[in-house]
Design a protein around this ligand. Sequence first.
Ligand SMILES: [Mg+2]
Length: 385
Amino acid sequence: MTAVEITDVQATHVHADWTWTFVRIYTDAGVTGTGESYWGPGVGDVIEGCERLLVGEDPRDLDYLRHRLFEGTSATGSLAGKTVSAISGLDIALHDLAGKLTDQPAYRLLGGKYRDSARVYVDCHAGDQGEYDDVYSPEAYADTAEAVVEAGFDALKFDLDATKRYERDAHNRHLNAEAIDYKRRLVEAVTDRVGLDADVAFDCHWNYSGDSARRLATAIEAYDVWWLEDVVPPENLQVQREVTRSTSTTICAGENRYRTHGIRDLIEQQAIDVIQPDMPKFGGMRETVRAAHLADDYYIPMSLHNVSSPLGTMAGAHVAASIPNFLALEWHARDDPHWDDFIVEDPIIVDGEIPLGDAPGLGVTLDLDVVDTFKAPGETLIDPE
Ligand SMILES: [Mg+2]
């Protein structure tokens, strides 16, 4: 193929299950690529501001463009935050585009596949999210778990911090004996109910002190959960490492970190048992594959945090296919009736997995009519081509 040049970059925010930012890159070949960035105010502006780094470039130079985008925005924030989210969406769009130009699925561009499908884990809620002060019973958690397993999934995750009822103070990060025992009973109810039919993880959203985290992790050791996630805040590596080393409970973190540089210390100091980046925020497909290989040098598995639309989730599935140490990809939209509508194709999740075919690029097509319906106030719809 002769030279292809990027001609334009556009972005549109939507408000649906989550706020999603879709990215489209246009070429003089008439072929486009579509990506998605993790939400955040102004991400679309950063995406369109990166147009200067891409116009005139050949979209097949994937690694060079990843490098160019990070280098070209280092003064304005490419270490972490929305600049990295913006670049992540651009990188996904470039893999979709380069795949279409070369008639290859995106996983081929990432080095080829280890597996034919990506295992999905379901993010679950035990009760009405509008009543956070209520105490959800262990039985309610177990009922939800059972329903999700009956729907064909063998991997799930619950919030272990959905109520503060047993926490005496909302700010001091301390769990007393009553709070820890309540959480232990939730874990017991779910793991007893699903038995060996599902792997179950529990998320704590950075809420607890090192001491409380260690006591909680120790209290649930007998249930051998899939992982206990983000049990301490993300800033202090030493605290994270001490929690992980103190317990036989599997400890996971990583969704608030950016780029391979941002998780290198976590991995090299073995401060986590499972690393979990959010690909459309972490730096994109190529950067996440780089991070997976770094983690694999330390025999650490990678799961993928994910709150994306079907398009971003499909991009995650391509990453999942092309790394050795993949565990599972999150699906955050069990309660969203519109989630599947955002792509033209049939639902991507089949029997608890996302199968990967041979279609070029991501293999899914954003439904612009649905994007138009849900676009945020003041947004302009990206051009079709
Ligand atoms: Mg989490």
